[in-house]
Every structure is written in structure tokens, then in C-alpha cells.
Design a protein around this ligand. Sequence first.
Ligand code: GRG
Length: 296
Amino acid sequence: MTTSLEHALAADAAAIESALSALLPEREGFEARLYKAMRYATLGGGKRMRPFLTLQSARLFAVSEACAIRVACAVEMVHCYSLVHDDLPAMDDDDMRRGRPTVHKQFDEATAVLAGDGLLTAAFAVLADPLTHADATVRAELALELANAAGPEGMVAGQMIDLAAEHEALDIGAITRLQRLKTGALICFATEAGAILGKAPAQLRSALHGYAQALGLAFQMTDDLLDAEGSASEVGKRTGKDAARGKATFVSLMGAERARAQVGMLADQASAHLDLFGEKADLLRDLARWVVDRRR
Ligand code: GRG
């Protein structure tokens, strides 16, 4: 049976797919290979959870769909860039992503570096374009907050700590910080972006922030559980990586059973942050449950 959440996820994913395709068109000449690689990295796969968060939060504030879709695409571009670079031999060295060859396997390493660079910068061009919002202060706030979430104060810092985790023993506090930066910060931006677009009151934006923080941690712990327990064909990427590298994760430090219990508590906590929105936020509540029940 398809639930209303699955239906909504599929509808939003389809809208994102066609908007991304329009923002990253096929090109002729020397740029053709670059655009092909950027399209390969962004189209035809992925759960589109971050764009869903942006679209759903924008709907809480009756933001124009056209504006929200552009911001959701910018978030997905940054997410896809991070996956392309994370898969490179210099980082995680992965051959498979979203059930198919990674970008450097399908193209080559230099093209994968440039495709990632292209997606990251294109995301900021999308945000800065007046089509994204008529008010320049809103566009500037979106760009600033995305830079904070994705850059050296956010995801890039998280990735740096993650590299250190391969040769340094991190405790649970350090792992939590690492994950807040590496995956949590972009999830928070994706969720708060709707509030920024809708010029929402601080109290509502902070409720969304609380939801996204709990959701981000639940998402990451579930990712650790899938890495420890899932199969590559089910998850769509190599599994068992963390254990093979002797890397500390929530699961290695807490054990799978405690991690699973913690994930359930975080999903409930995420939902509780949405009380102020009443039933308008039901899909976001359903998403919190879906994130922890997922198999890929
Ligand atoms: C290279 C600067 C830089 C950062 C990379 C996010 C990240 C940082 C690396 C991703 C590596 C990874 C597997 C992290 C675990 C959690 C995660 C972000 C999984 C991938 O996100 P999903 O499951 O992917 O939302 P899809 O394919 O569904 O979009």
C-alpha cells in the first residue's frame, strides 16, 4: 500500500527531477562532459529527502511553489556535490552510489572534482537569482545560511573530522558533533529554508530547527545501522565500511540495540517539535518515522 507520505515524496521527487534537469541543461562543445557529469550526479536517483524538507516547510508558510522548488534544487545540488566528492579515491573511495557507478568511475576523477565544484557554485547562483525571491535580503539570508551549513563551519568541517576519525578514537560526544556538522547542518538548512522564504516568526523557525536537529541525528544513526547491518544491493552503496576501517560510529560505540532505541526516541522528539504547527505538519512527522524505518 502506498502511504500519503510515499505519495507526497514521489510527487515532490518528480518535481525536483524536472526542475534540476532544467537548471542543469545538456550542453554542446567542451562543457558537454561537465554538464553530463553534473546531470549524472543529480538526476535519476536519491531519496530527495532534503528537497522534500524544503518544499514541506515552505508549504507551512504558503511560499510560492516556484520559489521553493528553486531553493530545494539548490540544496540537492549541494548534497549531490558532497556525495560526488565524498566518493572520490582521496576520500571514501567508493565505486557505487545510488545503485550505480560513482561519478569518477563513470567519467574520471578530474571530471568528478569539476562536476562537484560546478554543482556547489551553481547552487549559490540559483539562490542569488531574483527568480528565487523578489526580496534581496531573503536571497542573501538563504545564501549566507547555506554557506554556513555546507562550508567550513558545517559540512566541510564535519568531513574533515570524519577523515581524522580514521586514525583517532572519537567518543560519543565527538561523533555527535561530527555528524551534526557533516549531515545535520544541511538537513537543518533544508528545513529552515521554507521559514526563511516565508519570513516566518523566530519561534516557528526555531521549532523547525529543533525538528531538523533531531531528524538529522536519527537519519545518521539509521545510516550507521544500515552500514552495519544492510546489504549493498538493498542500500545502493557499499556497506560494512565503517567496521572494515575500524571507524567509531554510533553503532560501534552504543551497540545496535541501544542505537535503534535512541533512533526511535529521536524520531518522537523531532515530531514533538512540530506541535505548534498542528496537523499542517503531519507529513513532516511521518517523514521522521520513515527516516528511521528506511532500508536504503
Ligand atoms: C565532501 C565536503 C564533503 C562532504 C561530504 C554528506 C557527506 C559529506 C558525505 C556523505 C557520506 C555519507 C554516506 C554520509 C552518511 C549520511 C548521508 C549523507 C548519506 C547520503 O544521503 P542520502 O541517504 O542519499 O539522503 P540519497 O542518495 O538518498 O540522496
